[in-house]
Unconditional design. Structure first.
Length: 112
C-alpha cells in the first residue's frame, strides 16, 4: 500500500526490501537511482549491513530515522529526521506512521 501511494503521488517506482534478505540474497538493481534505508532507532544492524552493500556498489543511500546522529544516520549519504523520538511502550507505531507521513509533508512544503 505504501509503495503504491508513493508511486502514484511522486511518479517513482519503489521496490521494498527486508534488509537481511536483501543483503544475503538479492542483487542491487543497476537501474536504481537511490536507495532509502528506514530505521526508527537508526541502530538496526541488518539495515546498516544492507546500506554498506549498496554503498559498496557505488550507489547512494538516504536514511529515514528518528536519530540523525545514529550509526545509520551517520553512514548515510543524506538523512531525514522522522521526528518520532523514542517510543517507550511495547508496541512501536509512531515510527511506521512517521515514515509514511514525514516525506509526504516535506514534499508538500517543497511543492507549495
Amino acid at each position: 500500500m505504501r509503495a503504491l501511494f508513493f508511486e502514484q503521488r511522486f511518479g517513482v517506482l519503489l521496490d521494498i526490501k527486508e534488509p537481511y534478505n536483501f543483503t544475503h540474497y538479492d542483487a542491487i538493481d543497476p537501474h536504481a537511482d537511490l536507495v532509502v534505508a528506514i530505521s526508527q532507532s537508526g541502530k538496526s544492524a541488518s539495515t546498516l549491513e544492507a546500506m554498506r552493500k549498496v554503498q559498496a556498489s557505488g550507489k547512494s543511500v538516504f536514511a529515514l530515522t528518528s536519530d540523525p546522529q545514529s550509526p545509520i544516520g551517520c553512514a548515510s549519504d543524506g538523512v531525514l529526521d522522522i521526528n518520532t523520538g523514542i517510543e517507550s511502550v511495547g508496541f512501536v507505531t509512531r515510527g511506521f506512521s512517521a515514515t509514511v507521513a514525514q516525506p509526504v509533508a516535506d514534499s508538500a512544503d517543497h511543492c507549495s
